[in-house]
Write a protein that binds this ligand. Structure first.
Ligand SMILES: Cc1cc2nc3c(=O)[nH]c(=O)nc-3n(C[C@H](O)[C@H](O)[C@H](O)COP(=O)(O)OP(=O)(O)OC[C@H]3O[C@@H](n4cnc5c(N)ncnc54)[C@H](O)[C@@H]3O)c2cc1C
Length: 415
C-alpha cells in the first residue's frame, strides 16, 4: 500500500486544511486536545451546542458527511478524501461524537430502506447536525441476544401501536428521531418476527429516563413506549424483515465506532515521559517500553485494518463482519492503558482534580469510562463470536433456540 497523497489528494488536503484554518472553533482546540481518552473534557463550553455549531458550519460549506451523495447533504467525496478530511479535522473531529449514531448507523439504514422523499427530508438535517438520531435496539430482554427483544408493534389501520421498553439508548434525551426495532409476530422464530421503524422521539407515549454511569455522565437512557403510534409509512423494510435491516445498522455501527485513532497511546506515552519511578523516568524502564510498543503496534494494526475496510467500501462493498476487529482490540486496549496509567501514578493517582492535575484526572476518567466501551456496540465475547464465525469461518456457537417460535421461548423462560 502506498500512503502518500496523489497530486489530486494533495490538492484536496490543501483545500480542506485552508478551510479548517479559517473556520474551525480554535478556542476549543486546547480542551478538545485533552479529551477523548477519558470522558469529554469540556472546560466551560457546552459540548452539544458546540458540536451542533461546528457541524452546521461544515454542512453549509459542503464539509459534512463527505461521502454521502450531495442531494442528501454530503459532498459525494471518495473514501480516501474522507480519510484525508478526518486527518485534517484533527481534534475538532471529536465534536462529531454526538452524531456518530445518527450519521454512522441510522443514516446508512435510512439510505438503504427509506423512500426517496424520506431520504431527502431527513438525511440533510442529519448531516448538518440540526436533527439528532438515536438507536432504539437493546432491551432488558434483548442485548447481545437482540433478536430476543419484546417491544411489540401491532398494526392498527395505517399505523402501528408500540408498547414495551428499550434500555441503554445513548442520546435519547436529546434526540429528535430514532430507529426502533420491534416484534410484530411472536409466533415465528425469533429472528423472523421483527420489523424496523423510524419515529419522532417527541411522539406521545414516549417516556425517557436517563441512567447515571460510573463516570458521572448520563449518556444513555431507559425509553418506555406506552401506545406510541407510528405511521406505516415510517416502516423500514418489509414487515418481518427487521433482522435484515438491523444487520445493516449493526455492520455500520462497528465501522463507525471502530475508533480512529486508537485510544490512549499518546496519553500513555506522555505519562511515561513524565513519571519518575524509583530508578528513573518510566519511559526508560524496559517493561514500560514493551507495553507501549505493544499498544503502538496494535493501534497501527487497527488503523491499517480500517484503511483496508475504507478501500473495500470505496469499491462498492458493504461494511462486513471484519469491522468487529477494531472495537474488539481498542475496547480492551483503552481499559488496559487506563489501568496501567493508574498503576504508574501510584498514590498520586488518587488526586481527582481536572484543573490542577489534568493528566491524573484523564486516567481516572478513562478507567471509569473504559468498561462501557467493551459492552456498547457488541460485547467483547459477541465480537469474538462474529470474527470466529463470519470472518474465520469457524463452527457456529451452539444455538438451542434455533427455529423455535418466539412465543414458545418466552413461555419456557417464564417457567
Ligand atoms: C455506553 C453504552 C452505550 C450504549 N448505547 C446503546 C444505544 O444507543 N442503543 C442500543 O440499542 N443499545 C445501546 N447499548 C447497549 C449495548 O448494545 C448492550 O449493552 C450490549 O449489546 C450487551 O447487551 P446486555 O447489556 O443485554 O448484556 P448481555 O447480553 O446480557 O450480556 C451479559 C454478558 O454475557 C455475555 N454473553 C452474552 N451472550 C453471549 C454469547 N452468545 N457468547 C458468549 N458470551 C455471551 C456478554 O458478553 C456479557 O459479558 C449501549 C451500551 C453501553 C454500555
Amino acid at each position: 500500500m502506498d500512503f502518500s497523497d496523489t497530486q489530486a489528494e494533495a490538492n484536496f488536503r490543501e483545500t480542506a486544511r485552508a478551510w479548517i484554518a479559517d473556520h474551525a472553533p480554535t478556542h476549543l482546540a486546547e480542551p478538545l486536545s485533552q479529551s477523548g481518552f477519558g470522558s469529554t473534557r469540556t472546560g466551560d463550553f457546552d459540548p452539544l451546542e458546540e458540536a451542533k455549531k461546528w457541524q452546521k458550519t461544515k454542512a453549509n460549506a459542503g464539509w459534512a458527511c463527505l461521502q454521502w451523495p450531495k442531494e442528501y447533504g454530503g459532498r459525494g467525496a471518495t473514501a480516501i478524501e474522507n480519510v484525508i478530511w478526518s486527518q485534517e479535522e484533527g481534534v475538532y473531529g471529536k465534536l462529531s461524537g454526538t452524531f456518530i449514531i445518527g450519521q454512522g448507523m441510522c443514516a446508512p439504514t435510512m439510505m438503504a430502506f427509506a423512500s426517496e422523499d424520506q431520504k431527502r427530508r431527513y438525511l440533510p438535517k442529519l448531516a448538518s447536525g440540526e436533527e439528532i438520531w438515536c438507536q432504539l435496539f437493546s432491551e432488558p430482554h434483548g442485548g447481545s441476544d437482540l433478536a430476543g427483544l419484546r417491544t411489540r408493534a401491532v398494526k392498527d389501520g395505517d399505523e402501528w401501536v408500540v408498547n414495551g421498553q428499550k434500555i441503554w439508548t445513548s442520546g435519547a434525551h436529546y434526540s429528535d428521531f430514532g430507529i426502533l426495532i420491534t416484534r410484530t409476530d411472536p409466533d415465528v422464530a425469533k429472528h423472523r418476527g421483527l420489523t424496523m421503524f423510524f419515529l419522532d422521539m417527541k411522539s406521545q407515549g414516549i417516556d425517557i429516563r436517563p441512567i447515571k454511569q460510573a463516570n458521572g455522565d448520563s449518556g444513555f437512557n431507559e425509553v418506555f413506549f406506552d401506545n406510541v403510534r407510528i405511521p406505516d409509512a415510517q416502516r423500514l423494510g418489509e414487515v418481518g424483515d427487521g433482522w435484515k435491516v438491523a444487520l445493516t445498522t449493526l455492520m455500520n455501527e462497528r465501522l463507525a465506532i471502530g475508533e480512529r485513532p486508537p485510544p490512549g497511546f499518546e496519553e500513555a506515552f506522555a505519562l511515561a515521559k513524565e513519571i519518575e519511578l524509583e530508578d528513573g523516568l518510566a519511559i526508560d524502564d524496559g517493561g514500560v517500553r514493551e507495553k507501549l510498543a505493544d499498544w503502538y503496534v496494535n493501534g497501527r494494526g487497527v488503523t491499517l485494518t480500517r484503511f483496508r475496510s475504507m478501500t473495500a467500501l470505496s469499491r462498492g462493498a458493504d461494511p462486513g463482519p471484519e469491522n468487529s476487529i477494531g472495537k474488539a482490540i481498542t475496547g480492551k486496549m483503552r481499559q488496559d492503558i487506563a489501568a496501567f496509567g493508574m498503576d504508574l501514578m501510584d498514590a498520586a493517582g488518587a488526586i481527582a482534580d481536572a484543573d490542577n492535575a489534568p493528566m491524573r484526572a484523564l486516567f481516572q476518567e478513562a478507567l471509569l469510562s473504559a468498561p462501557s466501551g467493551r459492552i456498547a456496540g457488541g460485547t467483547d465475547e459477541i465480537l469474538r463470536n462474529i470474527i470466529a464465525e463470519r470472518v474465520l469461518g469457524l463452527p457456529q456457537d451452539i444455538r438451542v433456540d434455533k427455529g423455535i417460535p418466539f412465543s414458545e421461548l418466552a413461555k419456557k423462560e417464564q417457567g
